[in-house]
Design a protein around this ligand. Structure first.
Ligand code: F0G
Length: 456
């Protein structure tokens, strides 16, 4: 049996990508105020900014696009979408939204009140921001191994149940529900085990609290469970995914990840409690309940994507992609979050740039250095994203300073990853010359998207 895990598809349609010179990239990054979000995509060679909405659709999805029923109300496409979501989640109530954060905004407005506290393993930045916008405190209670880049715990996304129990004992009256992000994006794309989900569900249930999954990457999580959790090897990713959803009461999903679509999201719920209020809000800002901010063709693409993403060969290749790049980086002496996650490789910038202090935003500086070295765009998951300026002018910092290289689904080939490994190794050879950065302009929330910076 050949050992190479190949891309389980062939390519029918291609898009050129463009080489630039180092001089050009220096100018382009300066013009972008040292913020990769402000670069034009045409000036990026390998775009590892995000795996969200950047995937390649299949021929089947493209033909689904042509079947889109664009009726305002009651379109066939909605019913195909609803059936696909019900098939995977088992939840009867399905509310489409234009993307994940719209699902968050709507559910949080309906299901929380100011002063509430919502625990999770790690809230993603939009989840955190949407809770805070409603006056709710998001609390991150991932297991301690989840914050140690070098710990090889198989389920570093697990929730620390002892700390949740303490939170429920001390402030239980303020907890409207528990959340968990599968896989744990901000903690390295790390999976959550079925055993942890079950125990978390039981704990919440004893306190009468529902569990809501942030399930953007449910299929990748299911595959990790198959590969790593005892007794799960013989089950299909779909069976495992269904069990994950069966352990919760509802989910928020950005279909731009494991929906294999370029846009879309949904809320799906087991019982009626929040449904009517959510649909009323939906009409106000997203659209009628059978399209929720999407075109009929988008609903078709998601319905097909939810089915394709659970293909075992696809998921094996998908998880192998990150593992493959991770192995090459470790061989080059680059510290990464281990084991590699599902959708991305996370470089530990504190180790990569030991001469920089947290105030120098090492992960941001490293992301810029990778662009200058080889035209690779990444994203900082560190103190620019999670740090805060307090009222007294001092600043908080993130527990880890990570550079995330996130992989669009079915887009790049093995040689693109070989190239990326070379660029990162070459950047490491000149790591001592990489300077820190300073923020010169920032927004109050989600500052990383628009901030302007300069070299220190
Ligand atoms: N939850 C998680 C865990 C996410 O990773 C994201 C998006 C969202 C919610 C919000 O979904 O973008 O459709 O509104 N993550 C992207 C990323 C942006 O790059 O990790 P959205």
């Amino acid at each position: 049996m050949p050992r190479t895990v190949i891309e389980p598809f062939r390519i029918k349609s291609v898009e050129p990508i463009r080489m630039t010179t180092r001089e050009e990239r220096e100018r382009l990054l300066d013009e972008a105020k040292l913020n990769p979000f402000r670069l034009r995509a045409r000036d990026v060679l390998l775009d590892f900014l995000t795996d969200s909405g950047t995937g390649a659709m299949s021929a089947r999805q493209w033909s689904g696009i042509m079947q889109g029923d664009e009726s305002y109300a009651g379109a066939d496409s909605f019913f195909r979408f609803e059936a696909a979501v019900r098939d995977v989640t088992g939840y009867p109530f399905v509310i489409p939204t234009h993307q994940g954060r719209a699902a968050e905004r709507i559910l949080f407005e309906v299901a929380t009140k100011p002063g509430d506290v919502v625990p999770s393993n790690t809230h993603f930045d939009t989840t955190r921001a949407n809770l805070e916008y409603d006056g709710v405190e998001p609390v991150d209670l991932v297991i301690p191994e989840g914050l140690e880049p070098r710990s090889r715990h198989p389920f570093k996304g697990n929730v620390d149940l002892a700390r949740v129990e303490r939170l429920l004992a001390e402030r239980g009256d303020r907890v409207p529900f528990g959340m968990v992000t599968v896989t744990n994006n901000s903690g390295g794309g790390q999976p959550v085990s079925l055993a942890n989900l079950r125990a978390y569900r039981d704990l919440l249930r004893r306190h009468g609290k529902p569990l809501v999954l942030d399930a953007c990457r449910f299929a990748e999580n299911a595959m990790f469970v198959k590969l790593r959790e005892e007794g799960q090897a013989g089950r299909s990713p779909k069976e495992i995914a269904r069990e994950m959803f069966s352990l919760a009461d509802g989910c928020l999903v950005s279909a731009k990840k494991d929906g294999l679509a370029n846009i879309g999201g949904f809320i799906a719920l087991r019982d009626e409690r929040w449904v009517e209020a959510a649909r009323n809000l939906l009409v106000l800002t997203e659209g009628f309940p059978t399209y929720g901010g999407l075109a009929g063709r988008d609903l078709e693409a998601i319905a097909i994507g939810l089915e394709e993403v659970l293909d075992e060969d696809y998921l094996r290749y998908r998880l192998r992609t990150a593992e493959y790049l991770g192995e090459k980086l470790l061989a080059a002496g680059v510290a990464i979050v281990e084991p590699t996650g599902g959708h991305a490789v996370y470089i530990d910038a504190k180790e990569f740039l030991p001469h920089l202090r947290p105030e120098d935003y090492p992960a941001w500086a490293l992301g810029n250095a990778l662009y200058l070295e080889g035209g690779i765009r990444s994203v900082e998951i560190g103190s620019v994203m999670f740090g805060k300026v307090l009222d007294d002018g001092t600043e908080t910092h993130a527990p880890m300073e990570l550079v995330r290289l996130a992989f669009p689904r079915r887009v790049y080939t093995q040689s693109h990853f070989d190239y990326a490994a070379e660029v990162i190794a070459e950047t490491k050879a000149r790591a001592a010359t990489v300077r820190g950065v300073r923020i010169t302009k920032q927004a109050r929330t989600l500052r990383h998207f628009t901030a302007e910076l300069r070299w220190a």
